[in-house]
Design a protein around this ligand. Structure first.
Ligand code: KIV
Ligand code: ZN
Length: 515
């Protein structure tokens, strides 16, 4: 089908390069599964040669993957390509994605190689990949600042050597939509063997044009879009998957392009990523922000009441933003809870269902209506957490505005299976809780970020707290959700400490294994 656009998601590779977005293995596996549910065609699982940890996570993702194609990134050098293949070959449909810079600036200053040598490296590298698999992608890094005729030679060489997908990235987010489209069209029309490959684009958002550039390229013949969930990625990020997909859908009259993305999974996917990396979705974010379907002005509200299409170009349902008709509350049975989670894209085994079921009951005791967002937070809390060293049992806090009586916290927790308690003061109640926990653990990590968000509207909403901690070279994010924001804060802090402990352990293990 030559009007099908392949979606290549690089949230787990380029996305993970965005500051503060590192994920642990279990989080990556969970997100990888969600990308399959979403209907992504190819996911880039990581850069295997970049570190032993990356190698292991790419391999685990490849092992778990179903029919989705799993790509690993590799520089155009033997060792990277070999490591990449080692990691992805266990997937049902592996892909090697190799890249080399082709702009005069990069060739001269970064590679310090003459253009002819670059061509030889591309030919040798792609040939090596093709010796392993016929699913080979070649990226001409900094394509948008490359000489267009040299780019045609690059592409011809890569295709001859065995590349089946050719990616032309706007690596530094420099291109403008009309000139980028003209470049893609020129390369397709002026490369003799261009019909033997699928053309792809990978646009960065430095000037806020990543989505516009991607769409412009699709209009002139590119058929693979490299994107990330929520547009996360290096510097200002990549093209946001949900924005490209919905532009194709809402303006099908213009693009006439098809894809396999299940659009009702867009919001759950963005929400899962946001919870995993602890970065809230901006209220005004297109498609998935809290205000994306909110109509504030009287004129707009009046128009909406008369006919939704006056001010709504797509429905919230179409991007998975509505509460489904299954309402979960105090009286819901296990089957209803299981069905509800399945309708939201979560496949839970019996043990996971039991955990979530108990948590649903507990929450329903203090909150009348459970929204989808509450349930997503619960499943994230109860199921997708690795076994923890530290477990919060109880926290009790005394706030105070009286001089001389500082806010006080008392904490009961399990530390490596032993029950411990502690009490202490702080400048505010959150500070008091964190101080007590630090004293109990004999730790003093740096609090790099603390954010609080009401998951839904209403004063009985779950408060969701995100905490980012740093200790030496390690950084970790923790999340906690509870109707009491101080309990949520304590949970988030303990969760971040557990994640930090896991990162350290993992770092030490890899260090021992690989020297
Ligand atoms: O931005 C870029 O050029 C990349 C390539 C490795 C595809 O991320
Ligand atoms: Zn990139």
């Amino acid at each position: 089908m030559d009007n099908k656009v392949y979606f290549f998601d690089t949230t787990l590779r380029d996305g993970e390069q965005s500051p503060g977005a590192t994920m642990n293995l279990q989080e990556k596996l969970r997100l990888a599964h969600q990308l399959e549910v979403l209907g992504v065609d190819i996911m880039e699982a990581g850069f295997p040669a970049s570190s032993p940890g990356d190698f292991e996570s790419v391999r685990s993702i490849a092992q778990q993957a179903g029919d989705i194609q799993v790509a690993g990134l590799a520089r155009c050098v033997d060792n990277d390509i070999d490591r990449c293949w080692e990691a992805v070959k266990v997937a049902r449909r592996p892909r090697i994605h190799t890249f080399l810079s082709t702009s005069p600036l990069h060739m001269k200053h970064k590679l310090r190689k003459e253009p002819e040598v670059v061509l030889q490296m591309i030919e040798a590298g792609v040939r090596r990949c093709a010796g392993y698999t016929d699913n080979v992608e070649f990226s001409a890094e900094d394509a948008s600042r490359s000489d267009k005729d040299f780019l045609c030679r690059v592409v011809e060489t890569a295709i001859k050597a065995g590349a089946t997908t050719i990616n032309l990235p706007d690596t530094v987010g420099y291109a403008q939509p009309d000139e980028f489209a003209a470049l893609i069209k020129y390369v397709i029309e002026n490369t003799p063997n261009s019909d033997k490959a699928i053309f792809s684009v990978h646009c960065h958002n430095d000037l806020g044009l990543a989505v516009a550039n991607t769409l412009a390229a699709l209009r002139v013949g590119a058929r693979q879009a490299e994107v990330t969930i929520g547009g996360i990625g290096e510097r200002a990020g990549n093209a946001a998957l949900e924005e490209v997909v919905m532009a194709l859908r809402v303006r099908h009259d213009l693009y006439h392009l098809e894809h396999s993305i299940r659009t009702e999974q867009l919001y759950p996917s963005c929400r899962l990523l946001s919870m995993t990396i602890g970065q809230p979705i901006a209220n005004n974010k297109a498609i998935v922000g809290a205000n994306a379907f909110a109509h504030e002005s009287g004129i707009h509200q009046d128009g909406m009441l008369k006919n939704r299409e006056t001010y709504e170009i797509m429905t919230p349902q179409s991007v998975g933003r509505t509460e489904s008709s299954l309402v979960i509350g105090k009286h819901s049975g296990r089957n209803a809870v299981r069905n509800k989670f399945e309708s939201m894209g979560y496949k839970l085994d019996d043990e996971q269902l039991q955990l979530v079921f108990e948590a649903v009951k507990k929450l329903a005791d203090c909150k009348k209506t459970l929204h989808d967002d509450d349930l997503m937070a619960l499943v994230q809390e109860e199921v997708y957490r690795l076994p923890d060293r530290f477990r919060l049992r109880h926290v009790s806090v005394q706030s105070s505005d009286a001089g001389g009586v500082p806010p006080t916290a008392a904490v009961l927790m399990d530390i490596d299976g032993m029950e411990r308690s502690g009490a202490g003061f702080g400048v505010g109640p959150v500070d008091a809780i964190f101080n007590v926990i630090n004293d109990m653990l004999g730790r003093e990590p740096e609090l790099e970020q603390y954010a609080i968000n009401a998951i839904t509207s209403g004063t009985d909403a779950l408060g969701e707290v995100t905490v980012r901690l740093g200790e030496g070279q390690y950084k970790a994010v923790g999340r906690g959700a509870h109707p009491d924001i101080l309990v949520a804060s304590a949970r988030a802090y303990v969760n971040a400490l557990n994640n930090l402990a896991k990162k350290k352990k993992e770092g030490e293990r890899l260090h021992c294994q690989h020297g």
